[in-house]
Design a protein around this ligand. Structure first.
Ligand SMILES: NC(=O)c1ccc[n+]([C@@H]2O[C@H](COP(=O)([O-])OP(=O)(O)OC[C@H]3O[C@@H](n4cnc5c(N)ncnc54)[C@H](OP(=O)(O)O)[C@@H]3O)[C@@H](O)[C@H]2O)c1
Length: 372
């Protein structure tokens, strides 16, 4: 019998504890992955510290985690794309409301994964590198390709230029790094923002122009850079990104659409010990004012907006486009690289809690990874 171990969150707002977990076999269209590396996302500590507010459906004890890579341990009866022993990466979707399943969280040795949310990885790619991709890639893909989001042309390994331009505000984030690469692979020019120390990084990923998002001239300079271009919209990532993207879209020609990743309330100062309701109540007036002014600004300017939900692709064609049709060849041919760089902080599930705490303090163009 296969034994399993997980980094459990036993109840809301507690530290993870490494304890035994049951091994769950795959359903017909699922695989089980023996994880060799997992990566940390802001979502993990947001769920740990404010799960009952943001994903109220989660039933404790639970296993968090979205990003994993490893080898296939078992395949479901109807799975034809994978075989046991194959090296893969996958987006674990246990916290999606339609799954709500601890067996599908990444922070354990064996995770059940939907077969259409997994992709083979090339021999040259380490498990630690592969693990940086899934949630950032899925979130970027939802924003760029879903029909009710930016609805861009799909990526391919030999895309022809469209002659159109996308704005990615927050290009050095994990979501932004993937968005730049996906948009370029779909034939779009990408204008982006980052700190000056990450200008070269985002250019290497394919951005044509980059601006410092902290500069007081950023919006003005980007409006100038977009002049004469046909824009396909903006992907807004990071605090302040929505307001900036609305101002830029207002002044540019083309599709006036802002696809939004970041909730306009900061969860960073919210810790396991803090009073969640009080923290949220204190931010509520700011949130209400923000939502109202965003609605008014966007309607008056004819700009459409939509919030991304980074697991929505499991139920639409974008998962097939990314994980089944595009990613295997794109990774093998280097059209998509593992970005941001993995920062491996240790080996073993006991390092996951430290990873969550580090991620909450902030990273710059890097992804915290734990080897298993
Ligand atoms: N809606 C969804 O389903 C979904 C899914 C995943 C993530 N998200 C959200 O998307 C955002 C990005 O997540 P992530 O994992 O990609 O982040 P991340 O990799 O942890 O982001 C780190 C980067 O953020 C950049 N940054 C910091 N403040 C910024 C700002 N105000 N504007 C633009 N960039 C800023 C920094 O850039 P420099 O170092 O260059 O300064 C840093 O490199 C987060 O808000 C996250 O909660 C949403």
């Amino acid at each position: 019998m296969t034994t399993n171990t997980a980094a459990w969150i036993s109840t809301k707002r507690t530290d993870l504890e490494v304890k035994p977990a049951s091994y769950t076999p795959p359903g017909d269209l699922e695989i089980v992955v023996r994880n060799h590396a997992v990566a940390i996302n802001p979502l993990d500590w947001i769920l740990q510290n404010a799960g009952e507010l943001v994903f109220s459906w989660i039933k404790y004890p639970f296993i968090l985690g979205s990003d994993l890579s490893g080898e296939v341990a078992e395949v479901g009866k109807k799975v034809t794309r994978f075989k046991v022993g194959q090296r893969v990466l996958a987006h674990a979707v246990g916290s999606d409301p339609t799954r709500n399943s601890a067996a599908e969280g990444a922070f354990q040795h064996y995770t059940v994964v939907l077969e259409h949310m997994a992709s083979p990885i090339p021999d040259h790619m380490s498990y630690e590198s592969a693990a940086v991709l899934p949630l950032g890639l899925s979130t970027a893909a939802c924003g760029l390709f879903e029909k009710d989001q930016l609805a861009l042309r799909h990526p391919s390994v030999n895309a022809k230029p469209t002659g159109q331009t996308l704005l990615v505000w927050g290009g050095s984030t994990s979501v932004g790094s993937n968005a730049i690469q996906l948009a370029v692979a779909a034939g779009y020019e990408v204008i982006t923002t980052a700190s000056p120390k990450n200008f070269d990084y985002v250019r290497k990923l394919g951005a044509s122009q980059v601006f410092d998002y902290r500069s007081s001239n950023a919006v003005k300079d980007i409006i100038k850079a977009c002049h004469g271009k046909t824009m396909v919209g903006a992907l807004a990532i990071g605090m302040g990104s929505i307001e900036a993207c609305l101002d830029i879209m207002h002044e540019s020609k083309g599709n006036k659409f802002v696809s939004m990743t970041t909730f306009p309330v900061s969860f960073q100062k919210m810790t396991k010990g803090s009073n969640l309701k009080l923290h949220f109540l204190l931010q509520l007036p700011r949130l209400v004012v923000f939502m109202l002014s965003m609605q008014i600004k966007s309607r008056l300017r004819g700009i459409r907006t939509k919030v991304i939900f980074g697991t929505s692709l499991i139920a639409n064609e974008v998962s097939q486009v990314i994980y089944v049709d595009f990613l295997p060849t794109a990774l093998a041919e280097g059209v998509i690289v593992a970005a941001p760089e993995p920062h491996v902080i240790g080996k073993g599930l006991e390092h996951v809690q430290a990873g969550l705490d580090m991620q909450r303090k902030g990273v710059t163009a890097s992804k915290i990874v734990i080897s298993l």
